[in-house]
Ligand binder design. Structure first.
Ligand SMILES: [Zn+2]
Length: 199
């Protein structure tokens, strides 16, 4: 089955997308095809990125997917303001970290994780989660992470906002960063709906 898996990864990295810049496309192909099947930790289940045991208890979604053309969810502590600054952010599912760096501007510290879906979901080989505005990053690029593992803390993108977690889930790995808001939702999933359906 390994040849099939290798082919799957190759196709995932090489899928064309009209929004993608050539540099990003090459980057995507490199990242995904270097993963070996024997190393794969499958994403069997998805949790919320905040709260005890992935429950989101003590947090609320202040700006859901689609509101004001938002491409993700904004998780905030129920205490309001910066009461959630420094709270732990957890990996929503097991996967491979493809980005963990400070992008400054409106993004701040960003982590991306590619979640490989088991074989019964072959029509969607992987999804990607993106966590933005983090105060700290605990994770390292090009490493595997398990569901529920702390990957960083809730931040304010160097003072740009009140502290909150911007979470996106993409239907395809390694799409361009984007702007967090767009009328075009191609490649973006509603994070809360996706997590609820795969919890
Ligand atoms: Zn947001």
């Amino acid at each position: 089955m390994h040849w099939l898996f290798a082919l799957l990864l190759f196709c995932l990295g090489c899928t064309t997308d009209s929004n993608e810049q050539p540099a990003n496309k090459n980057e995507a192909a490199t990242t995904i095809t270097t993963l070996m099947p024997t190393d794969t930790i499958w994403a069997l289940q998805f949790d919320y990125p905040v709260g005890v045991n992935g429950t989101s208890k003590g947090y609320y979604n202040a700006q859901g997917f689609g509101k004001n053309n938002h491409l993700g969810d904004d998780w905030n502590g129920t205490g309001g303001g910066n009461t959630d600054l420094g709270d732990t952010v957890f990996a929503i599912a097991s996967g491979y970290i493809t980005q963990a760096e400070d992008l400054y501007g409106g993004w701040g510290n960003v982590v991306r994780i590619v979640h490989f879906l088991p074989k019964e979901h072959l029509n969607a080989p992987a999804v990607e989660s993106l966590y933005a505005h983090l105060n700290e990053i605990f994770s390292k690029k090009d490493t595997w992470v398990e569901k529920g593992e702390p990957i960083g803390t809730i931040g304010d993108a160097h003072g740009h906002y009140y502290a909150h977690l911007h979470l996106e889930i993409r239907s395809k790995a390694s799409l361009p960063l984007g702007g967090g808001y767009s009328l075009d939702t191609t490649g973006y999933l509603n994070p809360t709906t996706f997590i609820r359906d795969n919890h």
